[in-house]
Design a binder for this molecule. Structure first.
Ligand code: IDP
Ligand code: MG
Length: 153
C-alpha cells in the first residue's frame, strides 16, 4: 500500500468541484485516510514549489494557490502514487488527456484543479508537509476484497 498527497487547488474549491473530484478518487477505489481544508501562505508555497521558486511565473502561481482555501487529502491504495498521477493528467489542462481530471476540468497550465505527488519519495515528504502523523487515519476499507485480488494487497 502507498499513501499519496492530493491538494484540491483554489481552481477546484472556488469552482465548487470539491465533491466531484473527491468522488472520482473514491470511485476508483482509493481510500481517503486524511483530509482537511487549509489556507496556504508564502512560506508553505515556497517549500512546496521549491523547484519553481525561481521561475518567472512563480508569483502568479503563489497568488493563485492563496486565492481561496485548499483541501489537502491523503489517499491510500496499491501503487497509489502512480494511479493518482495517472488520474491527474499532464500539467497543462489544454493538453491533458480527456478522462484525466485536468483533461476533463481544466483549460489552464496554472489553474489545473489538483496537485498530486509525483513519486513515492515526494509523497512521503509532502504528506509530512501537510499532515501531522495523527491526522492520518488508517482504517480497513470494507470493500478491499472486491477492489483487489488477495495477492495484490
Ligand atoms: P505538476 O503539478 O503537474 O506536477 P509542476 O511542474 O510540478 O507540475 O508544477 C507545479 C504547478 O505549477 C503546476 O501544477 C501548475 O499549477 C504550475 N505551473 C507549472 N508550470 C507552469 C507554467 O509554465 N505557467 C504557469 N504555471 C505553471
Ligand atoms: Mg509537480
Amino acid at each position: 500500500m502507498e499513501t499519496t498527497l492530493v491538494l484540491l487547488k483554489p481552481s477546484c474549491v472556488s469552482r465548487g468541484l470539491i465533491g466531484e473530484i473527491i468522488n472520482r478518487f473514491e470511485r476508483r477505489g482509493l481510500q481517503i485516510v486524511g483530509m482537511k481544508m487549509m489556507q496556504l501562505d508564502d512560506d508553505k508555497l515556497r517549500e512546496h514549489y521549491s523547484h519553481l521558486v525561481n521561475k518567472p511565473f512563480f508569483p502568479a502561481l503563489a497568488k493563485s494557490m492563496k486565492a481561496s482555501p485548499i483541501v489537502a487529502m491523503a489517499l491510500q491504495g496499491v501503487e497509489a502514487v502512480t494511479v493518482v498521477r495517472g488520474m491527474t493528467g499532464y500539467t497543462n489542462g489544454r493538453t491533458a488527456d480527456p478522462g484525466t481530471i485536468r483533461g476533463d476540468y481544466s483549460m489552464s497550465n496554472q489553474q489545473n484543479i489538483v496537485h498530486a505527488s509525483d513519486s513515492i519519495d515526494s509523497a512521503e515528504k509532502e504528506l509530512a508537509r501537510f499532515f501531522k502523523p495523527e491526522e492520518i487515519y488508517p482504517y480497513k476499507h470494507a470493500l478491499a476484497e472486491y477492489l483487489y485480488a488477495p495477492d495484490e494487497y
